[in-house]
Write a protein that binds this ligand. Structure first.
Ligand SMILES: Cc1ncc(COP(=O)(O)O)c(C=O)c1O
Length: 377
């Protein structure tokens, strides 16, 4: 059967404004686009450890059901305890992905009559979770404490619990939320603070424990979401917080309850990726590469085109889907993999090339890709 005309027209509109999405296979270009910041997705020691310990388990191909029915095994709780310890928090609950974690957490914790304040640049998974919740939600301008305070003053908050959601590192801009200042504001106003640490996990903190840990403000945060598909190079996510929060999520988070548990192979990969973080030098190497990238931007006099960021995500604004695509394609032609991020993923006029830096990118590669960029912009 044909696609109905309404759907077809939407696809045509995407093609016409250069924002049509299609799937491309992985390539062998030099990686400046993946989230595999530390190279853990191809880390031999992690893979070997997983292989070795997989033999201790029966259901190695699939988990057989949801955690609440047949899919739970002792190793899930063991890894959750290790994660709680690693992230310095009382409890942790694994989810199948960061998307599921945000969806589950935000759709069930804020109740009817409650309020959610969230940064306007929050990830789609946060926004979708908020949309599924029965609470009222208001966005504030990106990283703006003054707008946050203004929105807070204007909301009707009689008898409401208030939740505030930010990302510690923003996925498309790479910049950092003023976590300490927001945490103080939350404490003063009895607001429950939720932080998505997707892009800070494995990157910030002495052992990659995240930015909240780095700033030593764990006790000020109601819930944190750490994902494993980025610097940890595997898959899945965890919500960390109090033991009561964990129990609540097991009972009410629909994206936890109504889905098959992540397979044992995945749980073991998370376990050994976290173990690797404790001994690796890659986190340090990544910091050095980020600093080198920033130094090169200054030297090549193109720093003003970039959003200021100390993270592995460095975004060069190139307005217009067409232009951003054109520059990305030219760079790819020289053997480097970069991704143009187009509207509607980012606002119109803020289209960009998003450079993801990895511990395994050489200084020469960084020098070379920025030399290319500077000739095209
Ligand atoms: C800030 C943020 N939160 C959550 C997610 C979702 O994580 P996952 O890929 O594990 O579903 C992403 C992924 O892009 C993200 O950038």
């Amino acid at each position: 059967m044909n696609l109905p005309d309404k759907l077809k027209n939407k696809i045509i509109a995407r093609v016409e404004n250069d924002s049509f999405r299609n799937l491309k296979n992985q390539n062998n270009l030099i990686d400046f686009s993946s989230n595999d910041y530390l190279g853990f997705s191809k880390h031999n020691r992690i893979a070997q450890q997983v292989k070795l310990h997989l033999e201790e388990f029966k259901n190695i191909n699939g988990s057989t059901g949801s955690r609440l029915i047949s899919g739970n095994q002792f190793i899930y709780q063991e890894v959750e305890l290790e994660l709680a310890n690693f992230f310095n928090t009382p409890a942790a609950l694994l989810f199948n992905s960061g998307y599921d974690a945000n969806l589950g957490l935000l759709s069930c914790v804020p109740q009817h009559g409650d309020l959610i304040l969230f940064d306007e640049l929050c990830h789609a998974s946060i926004r979708d979770g908020i949309r599924l919740s029965n609470a009222k939600a208001y966005s504030f301008k990106h990283n703006s404490l003054s707008d946050l305070k203004k929105k807070f003053r204007n909301v009707q908050r009689k008898n409401a619990e208030i939740y505030l959601v930010v990302e510690s590192i923003y996925s498309m801009d790479g910049d950092q939320a003023p976590l300490k200042e927001i945490a103080e504001f939350c404490k003063k106003n009895k607001i429950y603070f939720i932080v998505d640490e997707a892009h800070a996990t494995g990157v910030f903190g002495s052992k990659g424990n995240g930015l909240v840990n780095d700033l030593k403000i764990e006790k000020e945060i109601f819930a944190r979401v750490h994902t494993f598909g980025k610097a940890l190079g595997c898959h899945g996510a965890v919500v960390v917080g109090s033991k009561e929060l964990r129990a609540f999520l097991i009972n009410f988070a629909r994206s936890f309850i109504y889905t098959t548990a992540i397979p044992i192979h995945n749980v073991l990969t998370i376990k050994y990726a976290i173990k690797e973080l404790l001994i690796t030098n890659e986190v340090n190497k990544l910091k050095i590469k980020i600093n080198f990238f920033k130094k090169e931007l200054l030297e090549k006099k193109i720093a003003h085109l970039f959003i200021d960021s100390n993270s592995p995500i460095q975004a060069c604004i190139i307005s217009g889907n067409n232009k951003a695509n054109e520059v990305a394609n030219k760079i790819k032609f020289s053997n480097f993999n970069v991704k143009a991020i187009l509207s509607p993923t980012v606002p119109v006029g803020k289209e960009r090339i998003r450079f993801c830096i990895h511990s395994y990118n050489s200084s020469n590669q960084i020098r070379e890709i920025l030399k290319l960029l500077s000739t095209f912009v």
